[in-house]
Design a protein. Structure first.
Length: 512
């Protein structure tokens, strides 16, 4: 079992989120987190039971009801009703890994010690994560303003024995799910319901997991391009470091270096070194500039995500040293909404240029002598004709999905919450785009591997050949037509889980 660092609210990393959400890693609360949370809890208790001041969400209503005073004897009931009222999301549930990531991130935010939740409450959330109690959370209903209110309410309901959760593949009522895992529900106390629902954790979950997938896509795009360059007998000169140094964007240099390394020791390249072709098409020659621009955009996404993983996004926030509970706007999802839209745009363009390389591979007017649609007995066989259609469909869908949700806003709570981020919509769209791009690049890898084999006995460069061999481990050569849907999904899954890049790096060394 993978062990992630103990949660402190200060040092969670993107790779930790992947390890827990996808790899099933276990977590715990660090001793210093327990100390910070205890100190903050004492301040909340004072505000709830020893003060006549209005403190939002402790002795007031929520949203437009902020001016409504709640009697002290109803403090606990207020928190339970908050969860119930906010748990009105609709649509298909979030993917399981996104729910696990959100549970981790919510626990880490509470461990920071600025929310005032009890240690026991956060321990139960961590126990649910470690024991596989996975809340059922509908994916539609968050506008990304006071964080992900509706999704986080659904996430929290099983803690009080309500809502629904999956345990061992079975969908159960919340109390039964806890019992199946040997856990007992809690009774929320002052501010705890608010602490559980105020935050950006579903947006941040999409962003953290999406960033890992996007980084793998950036490397995969370079490898797929290298295979296509070999198959189309393109020049390696466009990728020389001296060229990149004259326009020194970081991403461009990294992408060019990856492609050049993948082409090292290429017998194919050597065989056409002195041909009379002057320039390659843009989809080959400009790949570092396009792939690199996507990489640079992902750098911005990474900065935003890294900050957000350890941010306090509750309202009000508990400032222990100042002995203050402060109403604030840290829950607003705009930073993540922008980042998720940027992530979708960045990876979408990797598929956009990849599809153009696929077209060159299958089109006999552009493929430098390769068989039409990369198959013998064309006519009887259609070969890679329709996979190119599929790539075109995926790329076209991405163009619609990449319209930014983050530029939209619609007022909520009777105008009290009069600007929202729509960051959850950005996350849902980015998730779809990531899957589309993984499949589009899988098609290029399949087509490129098929194409380069027509040049045998000439061998491609070391990295391109390692990529081809890995693809062949999942998909045999297409000698006559067969359904390729399963092959595409198998290669896409290897891109997503990192096994394709890891296998090539084992032979080639770490890629940029």
């Amino acid at each position: 079992m993978i062990e992630a660092p103990a949660l402190t609210g200060e040092d969670l990393r993107v790779e930790d989120v992947w390890a827990v959400a996808v790899g099933g890693g276990r977590v715990d609360l660090a001793p210093e987190a327990r100390e910070k949370m205890t100190a903050a809890r004492m301040l909340v208790e004072r505000a709830a039971h020893g003060s006549n001041e209005h403190t939002y969400g402790i002795n007031t209503g929520f949203g437009r009801f902020v001016s409504q005073t709640i009697p002290a004897e109803l403090t606990e009931e207020l928190q339970l009703r908050l969860l119930r009222s906010h748990a009105c999301g609709v649509g298909d549930p979030y993917p399981p890994e996104v729910i696990r990531a959100a549970m981790l991130l919510r626990a880490n935010a509470l461990a920071k010690g600025n929310s005032g939740a009890r240690v026991a409450t956060v321990e139960l959330l961590v126990d649910c994560l470690n024991r596989g109690v996975l809340p059922v959370v509908p994916s539609r209903g968050s506008v990304g303003a006071s964080g992900d209110l509706a999704p986080l309410a659904h996430l929290a309901l099983p803690l009080v024995g309500e809502g629904e959760a999956w345990v061992e593949g079975e969908r159960l009522e919340g109390g039964a799910a806890l019992a199946r895992a040997g856990l007992e529900p809690i009774r929320l106390q002052a501010k705890e319901g608010l602490s559980l629902v105020n935050g950006t954790q579903f947006m941040a979950a999409f962003a953290a997991l999406g960033l890992v997938r996007a980084r793998r896509l950036a490397k995969t795009a370079d490898l797929a391009c290298a295979v296509s360059v070999e198959a189309l007998q393109g020049s390696r000169s466009s990728f020389l470091p001296e060229v990149q140094a004259l326009r020194p964007h970081r991403g461009q240099a990294a992408s060019a270096a990856n492609i050049l390394r993948a082409l090292e020791d290429s017998a194919i390249n050597e065989a056409h070194r002195w041909c009379d072709r002057v320039q390659d098409a843009y989809s080959l020659r400009c790949a570092p500039q396009v792939h690199g621009a996507s990489r640079d955009l992902l750098d911005y996404v990474e900065y935003t995500v890294t900050v957000e993983l350890n941010a306090a996004t509750d309202n009000p926030l508990v400032l222990v040293e100042q002995e203050l509970l402060v109403s604030n706007g840290n829950f607003h999802g705009q930073p993540l909404a922008f980042a998720l839209d940027a992530l979708a745009i960045a990876v979408s363009e990797l598929a956009n240029i990849s599809e153009r390389r696929i077209e060159r591979l299958v089109n006999p007017n552009l493929s430098e002598g390769l068989p039409a649609f990369l198959v013998v007995e064309g006519g009887l066989n259609s070969g890679f004709m329709i996979p190119q259609y599929v790539a075109a469909a995926l790329v076209s869908e991405n163009k619609a999905l990449c319209h930014p949700a983050s530029v939209d806003s619609i007022p909520t709570s009777a105008g009290q919450e009069d600007h929202v981020s729509m960051g959850n919509a950005s996350g849902l769209k980015a998730w779809q785009v990531l899957g589309n791009v993984e499949r589009a690049l899988a098609i290029e890898l399949l087509a490129g591997s098929q194409a380069v084999e027509f040049l045998a006995p000439l061998q491609p460069g070391v990295g391109a050949e390692a990529t081809r061999r890995f693809v062949r481990s999942l998909s045999p050569r297409l000698k006559e037509d067969r359904p390729l849907a399963g092959d595409i999904e198998a290669v896409a899954a290897a891109i997503r889980d990192g096994s394709l890049v890891a296998t090539v790096e084992d032979e080639l060394g770490a890629l940029a």
